[in-house]
Each structure stands twice: as structure tokens, then as C-alpha cells.
Design a protein around this ligand. Structure first.
Ligand SMILES: [Zn+2]
Length: 100
């Protein structure tokens, strides 16, 4: 078990890395991917979960940084009652069910 203060620092670093990835993405996609990779490594090392708001920002299959309309297609599947995020890099589809 890692002490809680270490986990707190790890979470903060993950936040920063995703912010950096967001900034880097328009200019240098590969650099954004690197930030995602680093964030994932920190999450694994310190056994912390990547916050939900960041989880949407990378492909869980090929781990690249994804941005809707740029390298990711967002479609609403009314039949499935889910929003589908399709990664253009690998074709992986992530479903986010919605209510109603
Ligand atoms: Zn992918």
C-alpha cells in the first residue's frame, strides 16, 4: 500500500499531465500521447484511478489522446441509449450509457 499523501501527489500529477496533453494536442499529437502514457504509468505505479473526466480523453485500447471531431467520432446510438466514442486511430468504440 502506498501512503495516502503519495497518492494525492500522483493524482495531482495525472491532472497536470492531462492538462499538458490538451495543450500539446493541436500542435503535436505524439507529445499528447506521451503525456497520456506518463499519466497511465503514474496511475499504475501508485495504484490510483484515472479520474472519470480524464478517462474520456484517451482511447482505452490504443491509449492515444483523443479529441471528439479530431481523431474521435462521437455518435448517439438511440437504440442502445448510449453515446459512442469511436477512436479513429484503432476503431475502438467506447459506450457511455445515458438515462432517459
Ligand atoms: Zn484507439
Amino acid at each position: 500500500m502506498k501512503p495516502e499523501w503519495q497518492k494525492k501527489i500522483a493524482r495531482e500529477r495525472i491532472d497536470i499531465l492531462f492538462e499538458e496533453a490538451e495543450k500539446a494536442f493541436p500542435e503535436n499529437k505524439r507529445r499528447a500521447d506521451r503525456y497520456v502514457e506518463l499519466a497511465r504509468k503514474i496511475a499504475m505505479r501508485y495504484r490510483v484511478k484515472i479520474p472519470k473526466n480524464h478517462k474520456k480523453r484517451f482511447c482505452e485500447e490504443c491509449h492515444v489522446y483523443i479529441k471528439p471531431g479530431v481523431n474521435c467520432d462521437v455518435k448517439v446510438g438511440s437504440k442502445e441509449r448510449a453515446v459512442k466514442w469511436e477512436c479513429r486511430e484503432c476503431g475502438h468504440i467506447k459506450r457511455y450509457p445515458y438515462k432517459g
